[in-house]
Design a protein around this ligand. Structure first.
Ligand code: NDP
Length: 511
């Protein structure tokens, strides 16, 4: 460990004199003479086994493939555990087990009985919340304050919420009879491993379906801990099955002829492959794909509040968020003060150990994602945008990337067009509301957007014209289980959350 003083460390991070943001009111040559002491969350609450099999039929089983892969901690690159690598035979077995569970127990269970299991799962998630938060941060790289305050509580909230619907489907769909679809294949990404699991599993079970879930290869651990929650809740065997393995296993699952419903969250590229695989079958499909959200700030917006919303919009979860506010549109006459404030704010973000309670920006989830971010940032510089990165110190090991701000961005730049999925913000300007809307909608995506203005009438006028599934006004990245979420265009189709999310898991028949 370095024996540097706090002042020396701080000076290396923010520099001296001219590098210190002017708004701190410091004179030439002065540096902030203090540093946050580290406040690591204890990791011994988590008991990581050396090896995890597949969770099928209510028990852990060895993969038929006989193969395993290693999952790591992205902040240190150290191995955490060996994980079963399923093959097509494992998928076939899991689908058969899920089908039997649907026929023999779950599909005909009264809603009020299904609700009891969901309530139980919600309660156990809350009871074991610290364990889940620490494990999520270890395996995904996200800051503990986010896994603790967002991912885990929202996951439990989804189970509470959908438990409430399980015996009220007649009210959810008045005049119709809601029947479960059957066996649901669910493939999820690495950016919100437990939360995406909950978005998928809670409505599926509430509606009476059984599931096979494939977590992302880089983040299987909280899904496998969730298997333990299912056992603890006495969920009938085979109702929830968790199959780990590479992307091709996701595709085997999607293509399996005995699957009735496919739900996918991930990249638009894979979403298109899944769309093609499902086309021509009678499988139901929902796709939650990428995004390139516009966050629009008008000159009457409360700037300091907007700065916090912008920062939350793009640096929450290292920007690895499908609805991240990655394109900032600022009204031209306030661009200069807003960008100055943003640079100051970026310089205060603490990047580092995900388990440190002070950390704002943790590790990028995997090496491939880091390489993608680096490549896109290099393209931004090469295409002529102006880059700003605070002089923060990055840990020597692990996949870390500095919070990054680009100004002078043109609509044609790759950083304004492509989903970066990292802590990188592109700033563009506009003069009139029409121009803002036109530029904001100029993207193949349509997942989310944000509007910042003091004027309520302007909010309604802009929101109506945004081609995005979710539009936040004077806030960003707010989620609630009662509220539907989903996209347009290349951001996918179908909704998760709310009664809309339940609709995706039922067949409606006439009375
Ligand atoms: P993917 O879309 O490849 O992965 C999402 C899930 O799909 C994972 O479980 C993955 O498995 C699985 N998968 C991969 N290939 C297939 C396939 N052919 N058929 C079925 N399932 C498959 O995302 P990546 O992790 O590769 O990330 C790439 C980019 O996608 C990111 O840079 C980002 O831009 C975007 N992305 C968007 C997300 C969103 O929420 N909108 C989430 C994650 C990524 P495995 O992990 O084993 O490969």
């Amino acid at each position: 460990m370095s024996k540097d003083t706090a002042i020396e460390r701080r000076e290396r991070r923010v520099g001296r004199g001219a590098d210190v943001p002017a708004s701190w009111g410091l004179g030439e040559g002065q540096a902030i003479p203090w540093e946050y002491a580290s406040a690591p969350e204890a990791r011994d609450i988590v008991d990581i086994k050396p090896r995890y099999g597949l969770f099928v039929g209510g028990k852990e089983i060895a993969p038929r493939s006989g193969e395993w892969f290693t999952t790591i901690d992205p902040s240190t690159e150290e191995p955490l555990a060996e994980i079963a690598r399923a093959n097509a035979a494992d998928v076939d077995h899991a689908v058969g087990v899920a089908r039997r569970a649907f026929r023999r127990s779950w599909g005909d269970l009264p809603g009020a009985e299904r609700a009891k299991y969901l309530f139980r799962i919600a309660r156990i998630l809350q009871e074991r919340s610290r364990e889940f938060a620490v494990l999520e941060s270890l395996n995904s790289g996200k800051p503990i304050k986010e896994s603790r305050d967002v991912d885990v509580p929202l996951s439990a909230a989804h189970f509470w919420y959908y438990a409430g619907w399980a015996d009220k489907l007649d009210y959810a769909f008045p005049g119709r009879v809601a029947k479960p679809l059957g066996v649901a294949a669910q493939v999820i990404p690495w950016n919100f491993p437990l939360l995406m699991l909950s978005w998928k599993i809670a409505p599926a079970l509430a509606a009476g379906n059984t599931v096979i879930l494939k977590p992302a290869s880089s983040t299987p651990l909280t899904a496998l801990l969730f298997a333990d929650v299912c056992r603890q809740a006495d969920l009938p065997p085979g109702v929830v099955n968790i199959v780990t393995g590479p992307g091709e296993i996701g595709m085997s699952l999607v293509r399996h002829p005995d699957v009735d419903k496919v739900a996918f969250t991930g990249s638009t590229a894979v979403g298109k492959l899944i769309g093609k695989a499902v086309a021509g079958t009678d499988k139901a499909l929902t796709l939650e794909l990428g995004g390139k959200a516009a966050n629009i700030v008008f000159d009457d917006a409360p700037l300091d509040q907007a700065i916090e919303g912008i920062v939350n919009g793009i640096f929450f979860n290292q920007g690895e968020v499908c609805c991240a506010g990655s394109r900032l549109f600022v009204q031209e006459n306030i661009a200069e003060p807003l960008v100055a404030k943003l640079k100051d704010r970026l310089s205060t973000l603490r990047v580092g150990d995900p388990l440190d309670k002070n950390t704002d920006v943790g590790a990028i989830n995997n090496a491939a994602q880091l390489a993608k971010i680096e490549e896109l940032v290099e393209s931004g510089v090469a295409e002529g945008a102006e880059i700003f990165q605070p002089a923060c110190e990055l840990p020597e090991r692990g996949f870390f990337f500095r919070p990054t701000l680009f100004t002078g961005v043109a609509q044609s730049h790759r950083i304004a067009q492509e989903e970066i999925f990292g802590p990188v913000l592109s700033v563009l300007t506009f003069r009139t509301p029409d121009e803002a809307v036109e530029k904001a909608n100029n993207t193949p995506y349509g997942l989310s957007a944000g509007v910042w203005t003091e004027k309520g009438s302007r909010i309604f006028a802009i929101v109506k014209r945004m081609r995005a599934g979710v539009v936040w006004a004077n806030t960003f990245n707010r989620f609630d289980p009662t509220s539907p979420f989903g996209g347009y265009k290349e951001s996918g189709f179908g909704r998760e959350g709310g009664v809309h999310g339940m609709h995706a898991y039922v067949r409606l028949e006439d009375r």
